[in-house]
Structures are given as C-alpha cells and as structure tokens.
Write a protein of this length. Structure first.
Length: 649
C-alpha cells in the first residue's frame, strides 16, 4: 500500500509530464487502434496518462466478468516509451491473481495486438483478469502502462489492476500485491488516471457480449432533496460495452430504496431512446419516493435488450433526503479527526484553531469526540498501522496532508474532499455545517472495562444504541479506539524554541476493531450492541487516567461513493468507565441561571447535573457551573422526574 501511494503522489507531482505527452521511441498511441474487443477504455483518447514504477516488472490487467462458453483469442493493449520496454508477455489469471496462462510477446510503444497460441475457453460463472507484463524503465520512462485519462465519472476502478515485482512471474505463480489503482472504490480517489487501455479479443459464442451496459453512477434528476410520495426520475450513467454494432434501447433494473424490498423497473436511454456502442450516456427510470426520511437507492441493471447483462452484479448508489423530513434527531455529537505528525513543522500552528473550534461546538451543546491520527505527512513514534490505513480513504488526493481535519467524515457540498486543510479554512464554520446533518443513530452507552495482567491490560468495550429513523443499514460499522491525552514531547517539529515541551492529545494507542470497523447488526426492534476486545501493552508508559475510548458508528470506509463514508454518531468514555446518555424525554421545567448557579422554581427532592458527554457534574443546585450546556434532572416531591437542557453563558 505504501508503494502504491508513493507512485500516485508522483503522478500528481509530474502530471505535466504524464498527460498529453507522446511516447518516446517508435510507434504511435493511435496506430492500429483496435476496432473490436472487450474493454473499459476509450479507444481514441484525447490524452493518455502513464503509470509505472522504475526498473520493476509491471503486471497490468483488466477484469473479464463471467461470460462462460466464450473463447479468448487475443489481447490488444497500449504501452509507452518503446526504448524502455524489456521483454513482455500476455497473461490470463484467476480473479485472485493466480496465473493460468502466460505467453511471451514482443511489446513495443503504441498499440500491441497479440493472438494467443492456444485460445482460452472461459468457464461459466468465473471472473478472469487479462493483460500484460513488461519491465518499466527509469526516469520519466518508467510510466509504461497507458491509461485513457477518462474523467472520474467514466472510470471503472474495480476493473483495473496493477502489480510490481523485482522478477518476472511464471505460469502458475500467484501475482503479489495486486491493487486496484484508482477510482471511487479504492482509497486513492480522484486520481483521474482513467482506464487501462487493454481490450480482449473474444469469440462471443454464447452471446453475452451482444448486450452489455457498465454502470458508473446513479443520481436523482434535479436534486437529492426529493418531494414526498412523488414519482421521480433516476438517471444511471454508464457505457455501452456491447460487441459489434449493438445499440441499447431498453434495460431492466432492480432497485432497493431505503428499507423497502427490491423492485424492478424499465429504463431507457435519454438520448433519443438509444445508446450507441462504446458510447457513454444516461438511462432513466422512475421510482416512487417514500413519505419521510433519508437514505440511499441501490440499483443494478439486470437485463439489456431483453438478455442478461454481464454487469448485473455491479450496483450503483444514489443518496436522497425527503424534503421536510422529521425523521432522526438533532445532531448531538461530532467526531473530529485530526491528522498530524511530529515530522510536520506546520502542524502546531493549527492547534489553536482546532481548540477554538472544538470549544465553540461544546458551548453550542455538541459533544465533541476527538482522535489525532499521526499520519498524513510521514510518520512518527505514535503512528499505528490503522492510522496509515484509514488516511487514504479520507484524503482523496485533492485534500491537504497534515495538518488536516475531518468532521464526521463528511464530504461537504461544494468540496471534493473529506479532509480539509486545518490552516486554510474556517474550522468553526465547517463544524457548524456538520451540525446541520440529523442523526439517524442514537448511542445509548459505551461501557469499558479493563483487567490488569502481566505486560498490560485486557480491555473490553461494549457499544449499544438504536436507530431513530429509517435508512439502509447494509453498510453500517462500529469503530472503537483507545486514545491517550496529555502526552508531553520535546521532538515536535515547528515548535520554537526547539525542544520545548509540547502536548499531544487524542493519540490512538490501540484499535479495538479492525480498520474500517466491525459490522453492526440492527435487531428487529432497531437496537444494536457491539463488543470489542484488545490487549493494551504497557510499552508506552501510559497513564490510565489519561486514556479514553472513542467509539463511532459509521458507514464503511470502502464504499464506492466517498459521500457515503460518513459517521452517524460517536461518543467517548473514560478508560475503565462508561458513557451513558440521559434518554428521559425532555419536559418543560422553570429553571434559570444566575452567575453560574441554577435557579429552581418550587420544591424539589433532588437534582443531578450532567454535561453533554453524560458525565455527572454535580448533585447540588449550589454548585457554580462553568460556561457550557448542561442536562439537569430534577426529582420532584411526588417522585416524578423532570429533565431540561440549560445553557450557562
């Protein structure tokens, strides 16, 4: 993963040298352009982008969806920099990367067309990877594999795979470190390298390729804020990948909207009712909107021109909100994820802005939960593996490195990134924008227990909660991480004078769940419970009183649409303690505040004052409270209870 990330950063830095540049040596990118064959790339792109790694063998492959009974007779592909290429071969592999067939080929710059000495029969219900292997050069000539530079909305990221190695592979070998290079589904979003310029020459004996539609994305026509109980158009963007000259005129789709059961509908191209071969465009169908709530529409194209679509297994998603929805609850909490490292000399300058923003949100009644991932600009002694693994899914290539901040992993309207530069934006303004999203998940409690043992502590954390509005829960996960505050350091970059004492807060010490979290199963009554365990090694010399557990319920990190990776709810509990949200319905109670003291009208038996994190602050009305929002529970003489929120200015 680190190797791939370095490569792609290099692509950004050298974009002027990589795009719109003719290949060196003999051949032309537009020579012998294949007129047939199955592939995802544009056949005559305006510009191409090169990808590679210096002096390494590169395997470049595209995915063949199941099309049993057909025969693969050859492969056409485009490469760059003729004088850098050394040797070469075409490859057919299983979906897991095991090489089934390898044939030597004399690869040159431009289009290469290789016929298989032994035509390969494709098995039913089997996915294959096909492409080539060659050795990259050095300098700019390392960017060997040609991509079509298609815009992000016309990329097929899950169909593009690359791998690098120090030696050639042999037939029967397992290709190592096979990675999806770019696109919405992978962590390195919006790289816009496009699609690998590879086409498979397939004898379509069983005819699945006669009608094939590859969907890129789905959206509601007009706006994702939809009228209730209305008939609206859904547009699916995709490309006609049918062989020959087959135009698409009618499609059948299967879709799920919100929590409803799957339905089917007829879809037609929006361009005069037809979509020509190799052309990208939209197809439209109608859905009936629900009366309330928000969620997502998941749709797949099952049939094209009356026959099965080979891409029926690939759903696309559109988010929606019904106008005036009363579902959900006002946002109670926000997760702030801060990316920083000791190697980052600019990071300390962002600290005052982050602290001010967090204090402002707390004063406005929001519980702020905080994690400081030591990743984004090199690494340091506090960096954990999961910090490095999470960052690329939020970074999305166009955001800043450290110092960067994310709010509930939200992709804000008008932004093309989840992580925002902490030194270049109004952090408080974005925090308030994050408050505008209603919560559909309510966290009841986070219980943390620990048991000391030799070398550390066994930790168990249990998170419970419930749904408070309808949405699709297929992609719901819980993450839990132990963090430490008040870590003193003298090696933070950018602190003057050098060696001055600097304090780190919210530093992850142990992830109790895997990267991306543990799947959440919603019960029939809408509740959920997730338990995570881990062993906290006593190698950091941590202080237990400075440890916390931060928990969040979120959509999966690897979802195709970055806008769907957001956090539903989060909370923080002390190490070995608990977070409990008061869930008694709020009722009117005449409570005033003067100079920080509660003013209660009438007789009462007892009072309890909690902060917005659920921690008990006082059991007396005579306690002077600091600025902030509090929840006051009053026991009246008749044994009834009243609860109210009180703001101390």
């Amino acid at each position: 993963m680190r190797k791939l990330f370095t490569l792609l950063v290099g692509l950004l830095l050298l974009s002027g040298a990589l795009t719109a540049q003719a290949p060196a040596g003999s051949g032309s990118l537009r020579a012998d352009v294949p007129t047939g064959g199955f592939g995802y790339a544009l056949r005559t792109p305006t510009d191409t982008t090169g990808v590679g790694e210096g002096n390494k063998y590169m395997v470049a492959l595209i995915e063949l969806p199941p099309m049993g009974g057909n025969v693969l007779r050859g492969i056409s592909f485009c490469t760059r920099f003729d004088d850098a290429l050394k040797g070469g071969a075409v490859i057919i592999a299983e979906a897991n990367g095991k090489i089934l067939y390898k044939q030597a080929a004399n690869i040159t710059a431009g289009w290469n067309k290789v016929s298989l000495a032994d035509p390969f029969t494709l098995k039913a219900n089997t996915t294959y990877l096909v492409g080539y292997e060659t050795k990259c050069g050095l300098g700019n000539k390392l960017y060997t594999a040609a991509f079509d530079g298609a815009p992000n909305e016309e990329q097929a990221p899950e169909a593009t795979w690359v791998s690098y190695s120090a030696a050639e592979y042999r037939e029967g070998d397992q290709i190592q470190f096979l990675q999806q290079l770019a696109g919405k589904k992978g962590p390195f979003n919006k790289m816009n390298v496009g699609n690998l310029m590879i086409f498979a020459d397939i004898e379509d004996t069983s005819h699945p390729l006669e009608n094939a539609f590859y969907p890129y994305s789905a959206r509601f026509e007009g706006d994702k804020f939809l009228a209730a109980d209305a008939s609206v158009n859904v547009l699916i963007s995709g490309r006609n990948l049918s062989s020959g000259n087959k135009a698409l005129t009618e499609l059948s789709v299967s879709y799920e909207m919100g929590m409803d059961a799957a339905l089917t509908a007829r879809a037609v191209p929006t361009t005069d009712g037809t979509l020509a071969p190799s052309v990208a465009g939209d197809v439209a169908f109608k859905v009936q909107t629900p009366s309330d709530g928000f969620g997502r529409l998941s749709v797949s194209v099952q049939q094209v021109n009356g026959t099965a679509n080979i891409f029926a297994h690939k759903p696309v998603v559109a988010l929606y909100t019904i106008q005036g929805s009363s579902q959900g609850i006002p946002r109670e909490n926000i997760l702030i994820e801060h990316f920083t490292t000791e190697e980052c000399g600019n990071c300390p300058t962002a600290d005052p802005k982050i602290e001010q923003m967090m204090e402002q949100l707390k004063e406005e009644g929001v519980q702020v939960n905080y994690i400081a991932h030591h990743s984004g600009y090199k690494t340091d002694r506090y960096t954990l593996t999961q910090d490095k693994e999470i960052m690329p899914y939020l970074y999305m290539a166009n955001g800043g490195f450290a110092p960067a901040v994310g709010y509930d992993r939200r992709l804000f309207s008008g932004e093309d990134r989840i992580l925002l530069s902490a030194n270049l934006i109004d952090l408080t303004a974005y925090g308030r924008r994050a408050r505008e999203f209603a919560q559909m998940i309510h966290i009841d409690a986070l219980e943390v227990s620990s048991q000391a043992t030799e070398g550390g502590e066994n930790v168990t954390a249990t998170l419970t909660g419930k749904m408070v509005g309808p949405f699709n829960t297929d992609n719901l996960f819980a993450e839990m991480v132990i963090t430490e505050d008040d870590i003193h350091s003298t090696t933070q970059g950018g602190v003057q004078p050098w060696g001055s004492d600097y304090v780190h807060n919210g530093v992850p010490r142990l992830y109790l769940t895997p990267t991306g979290g543990t799947r959440v199963a919603i019960q029939d009554d809408g509740t959920f419970s997730v338990t995570a365990t881990g062993f906290m090694l006593n190698v950091f010399g941590y202080k237990k009183e400075n440890l916390k557990v931060v928990a969040l319920v979120c959509n999966g990190l690897t979802g195709e649409d970055p806008a769907e990776r957001f956090v539903h709810a989060s909370c923080t509990a002390p190490f070995g303690g608990s977070y409990n949200r008061i869930d008694t319905p709020l009722k009117d109670l005449n409570i005033g505040v003067r100079n920080g003291y509660l003013q209660l009208d009438g007789a009462f038996a007892a009072v309890q004052v909690y902060n917005v994190s659920g921690a008990l602050v006082s059991t007396s009305a005579q306690t002077q409270l600091g600025r902030g929002l509090y929840i006051v529970r009053v026991l009246l003489p008749d044994a009834s209870t009243r609860v109210a929120k009180v703001l101390v200015p």
